[in-house]
Design a protein around this ligand. Structure first.
Ligand SMILES: [Zn+2]
Length: 148
């Protein structure tokens, strides 16, 4: 009887070319360090965007009625459950609010980037799985026969 020397372990796809995927994963993982540090070291946050509005006050003797001068008001706008909300900002609160809304923005951007990076890493892991997975091509037997 002729002995079957054929290799029964086969790659489903191509042989492993893994170094690129491996490099990409380490590179992406490295990028998250700074993002995590932004998240973990972040200060207090305030959700919302500040905007400035120029307006006339309506008083007939005010300089805004007689010249191109306009009063400046600041507002904070944010969306809560899809509904926009607008808040008037007092002059005294403005500089602190600027700081806290910038913190919020940085926090959210870092969070978003982490989500993207992890999505890319999962894609790479799936690719590695496809490359590494072999199929076993041993002689086929049906279950009945195997049970005899
Ligand atoms: Zn005025």
């Amino acid at each position: 009887m002729k002995k079957n020397n054929k290799n029964q372990f086969r790659f489903v796809k191509s042989p492993p070319i893994l170094s690129k995927s491996r490099q990409d994963i380490f590179f992406l993982q490295k990028q998250t360090y700074g993002l995590f540090s932004t998240i973990l070291n972040s200060n207090l946050l305030i959700k919302g965007m500040l905007y400035e509005m120029k307006r006339v006050c309506g008083k007939p003797n005010c300089k805004c009625a007689k010249s191109s001068y306009r009063h400046t008001s600041w507002y904070l706008t944010k969306s809560e459950k899809g509904k926009p909300e607008v808040y008037y900002v007092k002059e005294a609160d403005l500089s602190r609010l600027i700081k806290l809304t910038v913190e919020y923005k940085k926090f959210r951007q870092s969070r978003q980037r982490i989500v993207e990076i992890y999505r890319e890493i999962i894609n790479l892991i799936n690719r590695i799985e496809k490359i590494k997975t072999m199929s076993f091509m041993g002689g086929k037997k049906n279950v009945k026969e195997a049970n005899k």
